[in-house]
Design a protein around this ligand. Structure first.
Ligand code: AHR
Length: 655
C-alpha cells in the first residue's frame, strides 16, 4: 500500500459509513476487498440467457417477420385485419369459403368477385400497421385460383396517408391453386402502410396464404425473422434461450396448450390457434392475437443455434394454467405428454433415420440441435404438478439421463406454492428448479443475499423469470426505468456470487410491440419499423458480456442503509478481474478497492457504466439515453479508490 493510499485508506475508515461532503453532495464511503488468488465456484458460461414468449405480439407481429395479419383467413372472424375496398362505382362481393381448399388444415379462403365496374378488392392492415422502408424489397406471395372471368389482379402498398408506395400486376394464375409471387419496392418509409389486393375487370378469384415479408430478414432467410429484433438478441450473447414461454405453454385449457408437433413442417399446414394473451387481460384486450406458428419449434432451435444460445424448451406437463382453468389431464393420459417430451428429444438430437430426427432433416437440419435441457411445465404448482412432474422425471431420467430437467417452483419466490414445491423437488433430486419473481425494486435490492444460504448439495436454481416492477405486477403503469434496471443488477450480483447454486437466469418478458402489448415492463420494445433497448436490456448485456469464469470471494463494507452491491469474477483466458458494483443510492459513493493477492496490476483498465436519473427510460426517439459508456481507467496499484456515480451499475475490468 502506498503512503498516499494508506493515508486515504485510514481516513476513509475513520469516516467510513459517515458520509463525505464533496462539492455540495453527500458522498458515502465504503470498501471492497476482493481475494483475487482464491477463486471459488466455476460459473456456468451460459448463465445469462433469454426468455422468449409469444406475449405482447412477440412472435406474430414481432419476431416472425410476416407483415400480413390473418393471412390464411383462419381467425374466427375470418376477415379480421382485412377491409373491403370498394370505390363508389364498383360492385362486388367477398365470401369466406372452404370447399376445395388450398390446404385442409387451414381450410378457409377468400373469394373476391367483381362486376368489373371499377377496381374491387381488400386491404390488410398488418399488425397495427405494416412497416415498410424506402428502397427495401418486400416479397409478396399468395395462393390464387381463378374462378371465372378474366379479371386482372393487382397488389399494391399504400401509405398511411393513402399514397401509393408501389404496385404490381400479378400474372399467370389459373383455375388451380398456385403460388404467385411479386416484389414490391416502396418509394417511401411508412409505419402504417396497408397491402391492397385488387381485382381489375370482371371475374372471381380465390385467395389464400396472402403473405408479405421483407426480403431482408435475419440471415436473409425467406419467410424468416425480423433482422433488427434478432440482432438485439444476438447482441446479448445469451447463454441459453428458454421458449416458447411462459403461460402460453400451459394454455387456458389443455386444448390450447402449446403442442410443438403442430408447429413444425410446411408453414401453411401449421394450424392457427388462439393466443392465450388475446383474452387474458380485460384491461388490455387483444382480439386480433393468434398464433400462426410461422415461428415454430424448428425455427426456435435454429434461432438458438444462430445466436449461440443453448435451447431450453418448456413443455406442457398436462396441467393448464393454474391462474386460469387449472385443468389437469388424467394421470392415465399423462403418457401422451411424456411422449411429446421424448419425441422432442428425438426431433432435436435423434439420428436422421429416426422418425423425428428425419423430420428435422427434412426441414433442412440433418445435424442435431444439441438439446441438453428441457422444462417440465411452466409456472405450475402444488400436488397436481408434483405428481405429474415426478412421472416425467421417472421416464425421462431413465431414457435420457443426459437431459437436465427444469422443474417449477410456481409463480412466486416465497409463497405457499414455493414452500410446498422445494422440499418435494429436493426429494425428487430435481436437477434445476425454476424460480420466478416480479416485484418492486426493493425486493431486488433486499434479496441480494437470498442464495447465500441455499443448500449446496440440493437442486440448482434457474432464476427463470424476473423483472422489477415500478408499479406492481401486471400494472399497465410499469415502466422500464433505470431504477428497476439497477435493482435487477443488484440482485444479479447476488446470483453471480452464488453461481455454484444459481446456474441460469433470464429476465421476462423479452419483447413488446409498443402498440399491442399486454404486459409491461419488457426487455426490448419494438414497433413496425424498429427496436429500442431498455436500461434493463443493458444490464443483462453487461452481465452477459462480462460474466467471467470463476467467482472471486469478496468483502463489501458499507453503511447499513447503503444500496451498494458487488460481485467479482475472473476471466481465465485474459486473466482479467471483473468487478461489478451497483450503487442504488441517489449520491455517488467512494469505494476503497483492494485487490488482495495480486502481485502487480496493469495500469490499463476500463470501466463500463450505466447511470442516470432513477426514472430515466429509453424510447424510440432516444434509444441510447440510458446506455453503457466505456472509459479507460488508469490505475497504478491493486489498492485504489473509485467513485461510483449515483444510480449506477459499473463494471471494472482490470488485468
Ligand atoms: O412473463 C409473463 C408471464 O409471467 C409468463 O407467461 C408467466 O410464466 C408469468 O406468470
Amino acid at each position: 500500500m502506498t503512503l498516499k493510499n494508506s493515508i486515504l485508506y485510514s481516513s476513509l475508515f475513520v469516516g467510513l459509513f459517515v458520509g463525505l461532503f464533496v462539492g455540495g453532495i453527500t458522498m458515502h464511503a465504503a470498501s471492497l476487498t476482493v481475494q483475487t488468488d482464491q477463486p471459488g465456484a466455476k460459473l456456468n458460461p451460459a448463465m445469462w440467457g433469454i426468455f422468449f414468449e409469444d406475449i405482447n405480439f412477440g412472435a406474430d407481429g414481432g419476431l416472425y417477420a410476416e407483415l400480413v395479419k390473418n393471412r390464411a383467413f383462419e381467425f374466427p372472424d375470418a376477415l379480421m385485419g382485412w377491409s373491403k375496398l370498394s370505390p363508389s362505382k364498383s360492385l362486388g362481393s367477398l365470401a369466406i369459403r372452404d370447399e376445395n381448399p388450398f390446404n385442409a388444415k387451414n381450410p378457409h379462403y377468400l373469394r373476391i368477385e367483381s362486376q368489373g365496374k371499377d377496381v374491387f378488392g381488400v386491404a390488410n392492415e398488418g399488425f397495427r400497421g405494416i412497416g415498410v422502408k424506402k428502397d427495401e424489397a418486400y416479397n409478396f406471395s399468395a395462393q390464387l385460383r381463378n374462378v371465372s372471368g378474366n379479371a386482372r389482379l393487382r397488389v399494391a402498398l399504400y401509405g398511411g396517408d393513402g399514397a401509393v408506395l408501389d404496385s404490381v400486376m400479378l400474372k399467370d394464375f389459373s383455375g388451380d391453386w398456385k403460388k404467385i409471387t411479386a416484389v414490391l419496392h416502396p418509394k417511401d418509409t411508412d409505419a402504417k402502410a396497408k397491402l391492397y389486393v385488387l381485382l381489375e375487370g370482371k371475374g372471381a378469384v380465390d385467395l389464400d396464404m396472402v403473405s408479405l415479408f421483407p426480403e431482408h430478414t435475419w440471415k436473409n432467410r425467406p419467410g424468416g425473422l425480423r433482422a433488427d429484433m434478432v440482432q438485439a438478441l444476438a447482441d446479448l450473447h445469451p447463454g441459453f434461450m428458454r421458449f416458447p414461454g411462459g403461460c402460453i405453454v400451459e394454455g387456458i385449457y389443455l386444448t390450447n396448450r402449446y403442442q410443438w408437433k403442430k408447429t413444425i413442417g410446411p408453414v401453411a399446414e401449421r394450424e392457427l390457434m388462439l393466443n392465450r394473451w388475446n383474452v387474458e387481460f380485460l384491461h388490455r384486450p387483444a382480439p386480433d392475437y393468434f398464433q400462426s406458428f410461422g415461428l415454430g419449434f424448428y425455427e426456435y432451435f435454429q434461432l438458438c443455434e444462430d445466436i449461440g444460445a443453448q435451447p431450453l424448451p418448456i413443455l406442457s406437463c398436462g396441467l393448464a394454467c393454474q391462474f386460469n382453468s387449472g385443468e389437469a389431464c388424467a394421470m392415465s393420459d399423462l403418457g401422451t405428454y411424456i411422449q411429446d417430451a421424448l419425441d422432442l428429444i428425438e426431433f432435436a438430437n435423434g439420428a436422421t433415420n429416426t422418425i423425428w430426427g428425419a423430420q428435422r432433416a427434412a426441414m433442412g437440419h440433418p445435424e442435431p440441435f444439441n438439446l441438453k435441457m428441457m422444462g417440465v411445465g411452466n409456472e405450475n404448482w402444488d400436488a397436481p404438478y408434483l405428481e405429474r412432474c415426478t412421472k416425467f422425471h421417472a421416464v425421462l431420467k431413465a431414457q435420457h439421463p443426459e437431459i437436465q430437467l427444469v422443474s417449477s417452483a410456481g409463480p412466486s419466490p416465497d409463497d405457499a406454492h414455493f414452500k410446498y414445491a422445494w422440499p418435494k423437488l429436493r426429494e425428487l433430486h430435481a436437477d434445476i428448479v425454476d424460480e420466478h419473481c416480479y416485484a418492486k425494486p426493493d425486493w431486488f435490492f433486499n434479496s441480494t443475499h437470498r442464495y447465500d444460504n441455499y443448500d449446496r448439495n440440493g437442486p440448482k436454481v434457474f432464476f427463470g423469470e424476473y423483472a422489477a416492477q415500478s408499479d406492481y405486477i401486471v400494472s399497465v403503469k410499469n415502466r422500464n426505468t433505470l431504477e428497476c434496471a439497477i435493482a435487477e443488477a443488484a440482485c444479479m450480483t447476488g446470483l453471480e456470487r452464488n453461481g455454484d447454486v444459481v446456474r441460469m437466469a433470464s429476465y421476462a418478458p423479452l419483447f413488446a410491440n409498443s402498440e399491442a402489448w399486454q404486459w409491461t415492463p419488457d426487455l426490448i420494445w419494438v414497433n413496425s419499423l424498429g427496436v429500442y433497448r431498455t436500461p434493463n436490456y443493458y444490464v443483462q448485456q453487461m452481465f452477459s458480456l462480462n460474466h467471467g469464469d470463476v467467482v472471486l470471494p469478496m468483502k463489501l463494507e458499507a453503511a447499513d442503509d447503503a444500496k451498494l452491491f458487488a460481485s467479482a469474477t475472473r476471466d481465465n483466458a485474459s486473466g482479467e478481474i471483473i468487478l461489478k458494483v451497483v450503487n442504488g443510492d441517489n449520491a455517488p459513493v467512494a469505494v476503497q478497492l483492494n485487490l488482495a493477492g495480486l502481485g502487480k496490476i496493469s495500469s490499463a483498465a476500463k470501466t463500463i457504466v450505466l447511470a442516470g436519473e432513477p426514472r430515466g427510460e429509453n424510447s424510440f426517439a432516444a434509444p441510447q439515453k440510458i446506455s453503457p459508456k466505456e472509459t479507460a481507467l488508469n490505475i497504478s496499484s491493486p489498492e485504489f479508490q473509485h467513485e461510483f456515480p449515483a444510480n449506477s451499475f459499473t463494471i471494472i475490468r482490470l488485468k
